[in-house]
Design a protein around this ligand. Structure first.
Ligand SMILES: [Zn+2]
Ligand SMILES: [Zn+2]
Length: 382
């Protein structure tokens, strides 16, 4: 089969690989028809995620057709169209039993630090991902769901991470009616978080980024007020002015470990790897939320420490909430919102790139060329 293969930082190739095999009776092999590149894949691409091994295939957002099932799989048969949450999880451990699917204890030798994620380095379990023609899906009766007949496949792919993660970010904010919600990051997750904040009763939604084309999308797609942080000496002071000098009720970090906006943080994180990421957006969140407010973090950070303003969070009495999204927990409500027309996820898709050209896709996405927001990957066999 053809598959995206990591060859080192900034080096992606499409190579011939063996079709994955059933390794356990509850595995399924999925023929991927539509996948995506996620903003968090760029952390891998940039060499930011520990133990990202040469030869592995990325991709944790995909939908496809069941090709083969192991002998104990009961819920799927070959030919089913399925969507697969980015979390690999067992469905039965202490954590899964409590809906903490992203914190499953059985799918990663590093499970005390992080759960299992498709195509997201050996730090996250070493599973090959779906930027390929085929992918092995463990615990096939647990994660994947049949795509409902009424649902677009592109919407289904956006339901494997970006939309549920954005929605989860808003949920973690415990938004109450009338709240002012600030979202840092106007990528797909931030845009979905902003849109979701309205659905949860926000009275005001503000999106902050430095890419004007994405802020334009935040206005048209999420009906948010927008600020380009590059236009202000101090975005925190500006946000305070916007909120009666109290600060926002809820701030969502939808940026994660490679935030721009602070040279020292950028150099110590991405250049010298002295910390696990540059938490600029997170520190802005801590500074711009009001005392007693809530900071919700859904931007991706690895297990390595980062220089976060913890003392300020303590002294302001903040509630900090965060997790990798337990995707499938979000599906029932999100399916309803899509079916009722409140959300149309594929409005954020800007590029549809054939798998053979995925290296170009990574480059464009990394360099933010051609007003890219969300690139999908189209399999040659689709
Ligand atoms: Zn993702
Ligand atoms: Zn589990």
């Amino acid at each position: 089969m053809r598959a995206m293969v990591y060859r080192g930082p900034y080096k992606i190739r499409v190579e011939e690989k063996d079709i994955p095999k059933i390794e356990h009776p509850n595995d399924a092999i999925i023929r991927v028809t539509t996948g995506a590149i996620c903003g968090s894949d760029l952390h891998l691409y940039h060499g930011m995620m520990p133990d990202t091994r040469v030869g592995t295939t990325f991709g944790h957002e995909f939908a496809g057709v069941v090709h083969q099932v192991g002998s104990s799989v009961q819920n799927l048969i070959p030919g089913d169209r399925v969507m697969v949450p980015f979390n690999v999880y067992c469905g039965s451990c202490w954590f899964c039993a409590r809906g903490l699917y992203s914190n499953c204890h059985n799918v990663n030798p590093n499970a005390t630090a992080v759960g299992g994620i498709y195509g997201y380095s050996h730090t996250c379990g070493g599973y090959d991902g779906g930027q390929a023609e085929f992918v092995r899906v463990p615990f096939a009766d647990v994660g994947p769901s049949r795509i409902p007949d009424w649902m677009d496949e592109e919407d289904a792919v956006l339901l494997t991470d970006a939309l549920p993660t954005g929605y989860f970010g808003a949920q973690l904010g415990d938004i109450v009616e009338g709240d002012t919600v600030v979202v840092f990051g106007a990528g797909p997750v931030g845009l979905f978080a902003a849109k979701s904040a309205w659905l949860m009763g926000a009275g005001r939604v503000i999106v902050v980024d430095h890419l004007d084309y994405r802020l334009e999308k935040a206005r048209s797609f999420a009906h948010a007020e927008t600020f380009n942080f590059a236009e202000y000496d101090d975005i925190v002071v500006h946000l305070k002015k916007q909120t009666d000098y109290l600060g926002a009720d809820v701030v969502i970090d939808a940026v994660g470990a490679e935030a721009d906006g602070n040279f020292l943080q950028h150099v110590t994180a991405t250049k010298f790897k002295l910390q696990g990421g540059s938490p600029v957006a997170l520190n802005w969140a801590i500074d711009s939320v009001r005392k007693g407010g809530t900071v919700s973090v859904v931007g991706a950070y690895g297990p390595i420490f980062s220089a976060v303003k913890f003392g300020d969070a303590l002294n302001k009495g903040l509630t900090l909430r965060m997790n990798q999204c337990p995707v499938k927990r979000q599906w029932p409500r999100l399916f309803e919102h899509i079916r009722n027309g409140y959300l149309k996820p594929n409005e954020l898709v800007t590029h549809r790139i054939p798998l053979e050209h995925i290296a170009e896709g990574y480059h464009m996405f990394s360099a933010k060329l051609d007003n890219i927001i969300k690139p999908l990957i189209i399999s040659a066999t689709a």
